[in-house]
Design a protein around this ligand. Structure first.
Ligand code: AMP
Length: 297
């Protein structure tokens, strides 16, 4: 496992790997690694090839009043968590190297990034798309792995990869959850015990939408209303949005069909949490649901 900071070095090392005919797999992260991140690493490893994990808390995707400075950072612990997967390279660039003086060019995602997280966090997806394009250019991986947990992010990045004719395949991995259903997130660390107990309400509202869809409900508004009712019953949760959308554009579906996605975001105490489930036939596996949501676009 080589810890690389230099942009020239990551470029030349990954070029060497490709020259040796290795398949290169990239898992981009902001560190503070948990089982959710490690599930992407595990999948990338099992798909074979040379594993590159990037750890970079990307300043351009945080708004001015967000938690960039406070975001948890612990490189030694992250490296220890990655060691069992034996990555070829852990790429840990400095912000000053990724965004040197004079940096001026950004990727602006289209419609898919305008609602939901894009509306609540102006500029967020511009920062995400810009850093991911830079990482894909530096590493030139065959495949890059992203979590379903950030569904809108996966939709924006898949769109960018298609629109810019990038050679990398984006692979989406299922959301890893705590036993009670709360999606793992680095921001869960901000939750005190009461808020932690309340936070499960996001998954409960998504489960309600899934249950109603399985029962035959195909009206997006009716599903969203039920999700809101569940969220509103938890006084510690303040809803940002609850909706059921098409998986490609994140626009409203005329009728909810398999592959549509239920999305929620809420503030619980000091943490802002997001979660989603892909709707589909009862009993479908997470991988089958991801396939349903991604095959149309
Ligand atoms: P982050 O460090 O928050 O930028 O996340 C890095 C990657 O890990 C992103 O592709 C996330 O979607 C993914 N990820 C974060 N949490 C989870 C989770 N609970 N399950 C699966 N993937 C996740």
């Amino acid at each position: 496992m080589r810890l690389i900071k230099s942009l020239d070095e990551i470029r030349s090392l990954t070029l060497d790997l490709r020259n040796r005919d290795a398949i290169v797999a990239l898992v981009p992260t902001m560190g503070a690694l948990h089982e959710g991140h490690l599930s992407l690493v595990r999948r990338a490893k099992s798909d074979g090839g040379a594993l590159v994990v990037s750890i970079f808390v990307n300043p351009t995707q945080f708004g001015p009043s967000e938690d960039y400075a406070l975001y948890p950072r612990n490189l030694a612990r992250d490296c220890a968590a990655l060691a069992p997967f034996d990555p070829e390279i852990v790429f840990v660039p400095d912000a000053s190297a990724m965004y040197p003086d004079g940096f001026a060019t950004y990727v602006t995602p289209g419609n898919v990034a305008e609602r939901f997280e894009g509306a609540v966090r102006p500029g967020h997806f511009r920062g995400v798309a810009t850093i991911v394009l830079k990482l894909l250019n530096l590493v030139a991986p065959d495949a890059a792995y992203f979590g379903q947990k950030d569904f809108q992010q996966t939709a924006a990045l898949r769109r960018m990869i298609a629109d810019f004719n990038l050679a990398t395949r984006a692979l989406i991995c299922p959301t890893v959850r705590e036993p009670d259903g709360l999606a793992l997130s680095s921001r869960n660390a901000y939750l005190g015990p009461e808020d932690r107990r309340a936070a499960v309400v996001l998954y409960r509202s998504l489960s309600r939408a899934r249950e109603l869809f399985h029962g035959g409900e195909t009206r997006a508004d009716a599903l969203a209303t039920e999700m809101r009712d569940v969220l509103e019953a938890e006084p510690r949760a303040k809803i940002d949005y609850a909706a059921v959308v098409r998986p490609d554009t994140l626009g409203p579906p005329v009728k909810v069909t398999s592959g549509c996605v239920a999305l929620v975001a809420a503030r619980v105490g000091p943490a802002r949490l997001i979660d989603n489930v892909i709707l589909g036939p009862a009993g479908a596996s997470d991988e089958e649901l991801i396939e349903l949501a991604t095959r149309s676009s």
